[in-house]
Design a protein. Sequence first.
Length: 175
Amino acid sequence: MMADIINWCNLNNGFLTAILSLIGLIISTVAIIVSVSTARLPYKKKLKLSSSLDIEFSQNTITRETSTGIRGISVNAANIGSRDVNITYLGLAIKGGTVGKSPQKMAKTRDEITGVGRIAPTEVRTEEFKKTDLLYCLPRFGEDAKVFLYAHDSEGKEYFQKSGTVGKMIANLSN
């Protein structure tokens, strides 16, 4: 049996060479893919968007009663990539309803937007929207319009994270 295998290998030299060449080609392709993906790691750019509801606490100095209320919404952008990202807009965007399909950036009525600028890896930037501003601006978009956390960088990349609808956001802020 073993002698037959040795004789077959001696007679079919080209076939074995082709198989070994194919194995070498597969290993070389895998090595190239791994090296290219490793070389790109230091240039990876990625933002993670999140939001939080800001609550304020106050205490009456005479009666010592404590009261709480919703102050607004904060939009956070965390750089989870490997290089700096220059943010040109951080905040909320509205799609649908009276706006249509293209996103409409929400501007602040009284304050300037402070969450813009260069953000280094592992850094977090925050943009706060006051409850009064949101309750004033949101109803004009329609209750079925979608609200997104939105960031735009200087290289033209847009980051979206769905947050809900205008109707739900107004209901949450009003409570």
